[in-house]
Structures are given as C-alpha cells and as structure tokens.
Design a protein around this ligand. Structure first.
Ligand code: NAD
Length: 258
C-alpha cells in the first residue's frame, strides 16, 4: 500500500492555514499543524482534521524562533519519519498600520522575522531533509508551497514592512525552486488576494465597500478553502512542470481593466 503523504502547514490553527490543512486532509494526507497557540485552542481544528481521516500532530512553535523550528522538525521525524509537503503559511500583518514615513524599525524586524526569515530557514532545514528522503527513495514525492500575498507587488504605504516581506517570499520561492530542481522538489508561490480571516477582520468594512464598488472581477471575498484547493492541486502534482511559478488566487484583482 502506498504510504500517506505528510504535510506540515505553519500557522494552521485557523484561517487560510486551516483551510489548507482541511483540503490536504480530504485528499488523504496526514497533517502537522504548527502555530503559536496552546494546543487546547486548536483542539477543535485537530478533531475536524481527524474526522477527515488524517493522523494529526500539533507543534506549538514560533516560526521565527530557530530552536522552536528545530524542535518541531524533530517531533515530525519522531512521529512520522518523513515530510512530503511543507506549506509556509504563518504570517502576520503589522500590529499597527503606520505610514512608511512613520513606521518603526521594531515593527519592520518583527514582521520580517515571521513572514520571511523564519520561513526561509525552515525551508532550508526541510529541504535538506527532503533531499535525504529522496536519496533514500527516488520515488519519494515532495514539494514546498509558500503563501505570499498580492502585497508582493501591490504597494500599500500604510504597511510597507508587510509588502516587503511578501516580495521577499516571492524571491525566496524562486531561489528555492532553482536550487531544488535537480532533486525533483518543486517550489511554488500562491498569492492570495483579499481573504476572509481574522487577519482581515479589522478592515472588513473597508474591503466590503471596495468589493461592492467593483475592485475584484469576481465580486466576493476569497475564502480559506479557495487557497486550500489551490494547494491541494499543487500537492497532488497537477502542476509538476511549473516549479517556481506564482499561482494567483485573487478573484481577478490583478486583471488590469479600463
Ligand atoms: P490569520 O491571522 O487568520 O492566521 C495566521 C495564523 O498564523 C494564526 O493562527 C497565527 O497564530 C499563526 N502565526 C502567527 N505568527 C506565527 C508564528 N510566529 N509562528 C507560527 N504561527 C504563527 O491570517 P490568515 O489570513 O489566515 O493568513 C495566513 C497567511 O496568508 C499569512 O501569511 C498572510 O500574510 C497570508 N495572506 C492573507 C491574506 C488575507 O486576506 N487574509 C491575503 C494574502 C495573504
């Protein structure tokens, strides 16, 4: 019998990450969730994943903390002995939306460590492990998916540090795709548009208005399952010959219109 795939999704205690976890569990993967909440807080999410047929592991880990990342991968090794899919999803918006003329270095560092530096070095550690797994078994399937944002290319001067972190994730995707090609490990970037989660709850009225006024070609909020379906497609290997590419999941936000 073919072994089930194991997927590690960071920041999957809620929101887009949980949407991705559910989609991958529905396709038959076992799921490792990494998040900063106490395990109790993600209990219902883990239960839901188990009902979908997944074996689950919860790692309470801050992706910006090197020691926590190492402990997390050790836990995955001990429990499953392998990792087929890494989804770098955990991310934060600045605690305060501040104009680039005013924003602080502290906020810049905080956002960059979580959104860019942590995932970059998590990818490094996971990639080394995936290479080893591939060497031991050439039929071992692996892939890496980064969740960036339309903010990788759309300038919002009230959250410059977020935009820069996501532009960095975009380059990181290309770097890792270029480096891991020879090992048969594709690396993709999914660029979500405006998705209804806790992250956007504070600006819901603003986006409700913009969407009603025609900002998007598809006139609705994006949902975590929209991103989940896209990741499931990549994890299945449906875009096996497209490493390094960006998949837009933005309701047509990026379509230029006149
Ligand atoms: P969310 O705030 O609802 O969920 C993010 C999750 O990440 C939370 O469970 C949080 O606890 C976890 N997290 C935060 N910091 C962490 C850390 N240091 N280590 C581990 N986990 C951590 O946000 P979301 O909307 O689900 O966002 C998920 C990803 O999608 C983020 O990278 C975000 O930038 C990106 N994104 C979101 C939108 C949107 O409109 N919501 C759009 C584009 C991109």
């Amino acid at each position: 019998m073919k072994q089930k795939k194991v997927a590690l999704i960071t920041g999957a205690g809620r929101g887009i990450g949980l949407g991705i976890a559910k989609a991958l569990a529905s396709e038959g993967s076992d799921i490792v969730i990494a998040d900063i909440h106490e395990e109790q807080a993600v209990g219902p999410a883990l239960e839901e994943l188990r009902r979908l047929g997944a074996a689950t592991l919860y790692c309470r880990a801050d992706v910006s903390d090197r020691g926590a990342r190492e402990k997390m991968l050790e836990a995955v090794r001990n429990r499953f002995g392998r990792l087929n899919i890494l989804v770098n999803n955990a991310g934060v918006a600045p605690k305060v939306r501040a104009d680039v003329l005013e924003a602080t270095e502290e906020s810049f560092e905080w956002v960059m460590k979580i959104n860019l530096q942590g995932p970059y070095f998590l990818t490094q550690a996971v990639a080394r492990w995936m290479i080893e797994l591939k060497r031991n078994d050439p039929s071992f399937e692996a892939c890496i998916v980064n969740i960036s944002s339309i903010s990788a290319t759309v300038a919002s001067p009230s959250r410059g540090e977020y935009c820069i972190s996501k532009a960095g994730v975009s380059m990181a995707t290309q770097l890792w795709a270029a480096r891991l090609g020879e090992f048969g490990i594709p690396v993709y970037e999914i660029r979500p548009g405006i998705i209804r989660t806790d992250m956007t709850a504070a600006v819901q009225a603003k986006y409700d208005k913009l969407i009603a006024e025609g900002l998007l070609v598809q006139s609705r909020w994006g949902l975590p399952e929209d991103i989940g379906r896209a990741v499931a497609m990549l994890a299945r290997g449906d875009l096996a010959y497209s490493t390094g590419q960006v998949i837009m999941v933005d309701g047509g936000f990026s379509v230029r219109r006149l």
